[in-house]
Design a protein around this ligand. Structure first.
Ligand code: SAM
Length: 499
């Protein structure tokens, strides 16, 4: 069975941190009216970089553009408009975009009509500088300005450069039905919050995505209903910090104190939202990402335990195992509180899988701090994780106040050490499934063999098994016979009761 590994070890196929995701048209899209089809002559090509939020935003962009006569293409040369939905989280992510732009130079020379737009976090961070520095860029649009795209594109078509990077107090795109892209028709993202108020000292997100606001629960439920009608089987509720979700009638979360008493008492928090989704859609599997330890409540864990259709997996970034570093990062919890939280999770949901984000080489990180991170990992034994070298980001508190004083070789070595340890723990976790029966939602053909399906179990581990007569979108019970650190291998033993 060796050689069937579906993913790179310790990588979750459902997040797109730092990787590009090329988006092509979705075939079972039924939102377009006949009139729109007739009008559609212009084509745009879009690539998303960074986190799942960006991928989800590209679906909003596609929806906005489809209403102004654009349709998607996956052939670069056919496009009159190329959009890059960018990430600024680490310097490398921005370098990737700059290199990509160089490649578009020749395309632009051979197609004078071609326009190029930069969307997302890099657009927000660099604003007009992007147009000055990257001559081939015609359009710069921040994450809260996508509804303005038709006007901006008009301007660009008239030969001008166009830019809108205004951040909004209340934009959540709740009135836009996302145009599903590159979809397998099985799982879909639903964005529930935008922005972030955490102000972690390393992080550029509050500056590129603005302050935190939550989306109207009614529109979330409507989107879920629509997905279920279209036969989707799994949704992932998305936000920078989903546990901080709070709907009290709209606006920024920091303005909660200005809300009326009735708004405050009838407010819907993440636990209530999760329950609303689970109770009304018992056949839909529900996941969420990302959780922040400081905001994760016991109510959320109890709701997860109460409903079978909420998956037993929590992505719980820790960033460091050292209290000194956690404090310098402005994480609002200690190592001990984090371990307590995981103890509570395991008491309530014993088989809940936990994954992590960790940064090595944050300013001032000593060998002892690094050892504490390794020690924390030994205590938790995460199922998988995303691990990064600290990358200093302009404008963040860490960049303004702290020296980036861990040298590159040390950062590299520390990263290798935590990645190696994570692989050991991932294997430990996948081995726990050996000889057990797991329920798998089939998502696609395995990358390694046409004869095998690939899907994920409740705990978010990839499972690969022979196709037999099953189909994409089926819930199947699979007996696990073998594993790698990232993949479970087994044989189907029948449809599960969820089917
Ligand atoms: N909201 C989540 C949280 O902090 O709990 C994470 C969202 S962030 C988009 C994804 C991950 O990128 C972070 O958890 C962190 O590990 C990593 N990251 C953010 N800023 C970074 C930086 N300056 N250098 C290296 N990694 C960084």
């Amino acid at each position: 069975m060796k050689g069937l590994e579906e993913t790179i070890p310790v990588k979750n196929p459902y997040e797109y941190n730092g990787e590009s995701l090329h988006i092509s048209p979705h075939t079972n899209q039924s939102e377009t009216t006949d009139n729109e089809v007739v009008k559609k002559s212009k084509k745009f090509y879009i690539e998303s970089y960074g986190c799942a939020m960006n991928f989800s935003d590209s679906e909003i962009v596609a929806s906005v553009l489809s209403k102004s006569g654009y349709s998607t293409t996956n052939i670069l040369e056919d496009a009159e408009l190329i959009l890059l939905n960018t990430c600024s989280i680490r310097e490398k992510a921005e370098q990737t975009i700059r290199k990509k732009l160089e490649k578009f130079n020749s395309l632009k020379k051979s197609n004078k009509q071609l326009k190029i737009g930069i969307l997302g976090c890099m657009a927000e961070r660099l604003k007009s500088k992007l147009i000055e520095e990257e001559k081939i860029v015609d359009l710069v649009v921040g994450p809260d300005a996508y509804k303005d795209l038709p006007n901006l594109i008009d301007k660009v078509e008239r030969g001008q450069k166009a830019i809108n990077v205004l951040l909004s107090k209340d934009e959540t795109y709740s009135d836009i039905s996302p145009h599903r892209l590159n979809s397998n028709g099985v799982n879909a993202f639903i964005s529930i919050t935008r922005g972030c108020d955490n102000m972690c000292t390393f992080c550029v997100v509050p500056f590129t995505r603005g302050r935190e606001r939550s989306r109207d629960p009614q529109s979330i439920i409507e989107e879920l209903k629509d997905l279920e009608k279209k036969d989707y089987k799994e949704v992932i509720l998305l936000g920078q910090n989903v546990d901080s979700y709070l709907w009290f009638g709209g606006g920024l979360k920091k303005d909660l104190n200005k809300a009326s008493e009735i708004q405050k008492t009838t407010a819907i928090n993440f636990a209530k939202l999760l329950e609303l989704c689970a109770i009304n859609h018992p056949k839909i599997r529900i996941r969420f990402s990302t959780s922040n330890p400081q905001d994760m409540s016991i109510d959320v864990i109890n709701i997860m335990a109460k409903y079978d259709n909420i998956c037993n997996h929590i992505h719980l970034p820790v960033q460091s195992g050292s209290n000194k570093i956690l404090k310098a990062m402005n994480r609002q919890h200690s190592r001990e509180e984090y371990i307590d939280l995981i103890d509570r999770i395991k008491q309530i949901i014993p088989n809940c899988s936990i994954s992590q984000d960790i940064i090595v080489g944050f300013p001032g990180e000593s060998e002892e701090d690094h050892k504490q991170t390794l020690g924390l990992m030994e205590t938790i034994k995460y199922s998988f994780g995303y691990m990064y070298k600290y990358s200093e980001r302009p404008g963040t508190l860490a960049q303004r106040k702290l020296a980036d004083d861990v040298n590159e070789a040390t950062k590299k070595r520390r990263l290798e050490e935590i990645v190696e340890l994570q692989q050991k723990h991932s294997l430990h976790r996948t081995k726990e499934f050996l000889n057990k029966k797991v329920e798998v939602l089939i998502e696609k053909t395995s990358k390694k063999s046409q004869l095998y399906w690939s899907g994920r179990n409740n705990e978010n581990t990839v499972v690969v098994f022979p196709k037999e007569n099953y189909n994409v979108g089926d819930f199947v019970n699979v007996k696990i016979t073998d594993c790698t650190s990232a993949t479970l291998l087994g044989n189907a033993i029948g449809y599960s009761k969820n089917n």
